[in-house]
Write a protein that binds this ligand. Structure first.
Ligand SMILES: O=C1O[C@H](COP(=O)(O)O)[C@@H](O)[C@H](O)[C@H]1O
Length: 256
């Protein structure tokens, strides 16, 4: 098995979200066949909710014992609970509210109206990750981590030319003055993300083509943060044709 990065191209956004959802359900079945519990990281952004909606629309979702699945987030916008800008709120609406999940399986980042300051919120999420740590690590080893990619190449809330992408001594960071609104955010750090068994990046649209092309051509993670992302077993870029426009043909596999 190779853990080289792969690019899987789909004809359009609908095909992309449907294909990722089907693979997710199949992979979860495989994982839960050999493990008691699975840990999954969800993403915000344009494709995050689309994939979860496609999972919710699939009759095959009933084959999974969701009570054995824990959901975490790669990043969060520092806004009040239930705000529609929150990544967790989008995921609840798209899928989680329709699943039979023990409340303890859902691990949202703290919200801005929860009584904590931003730094305290980062520490609180780090402590929650540590409660589920394995192999001496202060965090779970995630089975599948979903990531979106911004047009500037950011993943989670780790932005180009900011210190966050270089942080290796913490699992969670507060983000201030984010170039993308809202300005305050919380994010997992690169070592936690890269400790995931599988990282599935889902991106669509011509505005993502340059970042993806640069990342795969060897740009630095400081310049294009997604360039620094690699899972333990698999790193797959699930993309549409527009996002794949600048990917070298030799790296492309087509799903049609
Ligand atoms: O703000 C965010 O943006 C990125 C990418 O979003 P997209 O809409 O350009 O796909 C997302 O991955 C991240 O989770 C989110 O907080």
């Amino acid at each position: 098995m190779t853990n080289e990065r792969r690019v899987l191209v789909h004809p359009d956004k609908g095909a992309l979200s449907g294909s990722v959802a089907a693979r997710f359900i199949t992979k979860m079945l495989d994982i839960l066949d050999t493990q008691a519990v699975a840990h999954v990281v969800l993403t915000g952004g344009s494709m995050g909710a689309a994939v979860l909606e496609a999972v919710g629309a699939s009759p095959a979702r009933t084959t999974i014992d969701w009570s054995r699945v824990h959901f975490w987030w790669g990043d969060e916008r520092w806004v009040p609970a239930r705000d529609s800008e929150r990544n967790d709120e989008q995921a609840r609406t798209a899928l989680l509210d329709s699943l039979e999940l023990p409340a303890g399986n859902v691990h949202p980042f703290p919200a801005s109206d929860g009584g904590l300051e931003l730094d305290e919120a980062a520490e609180a999420y780090a402590a929650e990750l540590a409660q589920h740590g394995v192999d001496g690590l202060p965090h779970p080893i995630f089975d599948i981590t979903f990531l979106g990619v911004g047009p500037d190449g950011h993943i989670a809330s780790l932005f180009p030319h900011r210190s966050g992408i270089q942080v290796t001594d913490r699992t969670v960071i507060p983000v201030r003055n984010s170039p993308k609104p809202p300005p305050e955010r919380l994010s997992l750090t690169r070592p936690v993300i890269n400790a995931s068994q599988r990282i599935w990046l889902v991106l669509a649209g011509a505005d993502k083509a340059s970042a993806l092309g640069l990342a795969l051509a060897g740009a630095s993670r400081d310049e294009v943060p997604v360039a620094g992302i690699k899972g333990r077993k698999r790193t797959v870029f699930f993309v549409d044709g527009d996002a794949a426009a600048e990917v070298p043909e030799t790296l492309i596999a087509r799903d049609y």
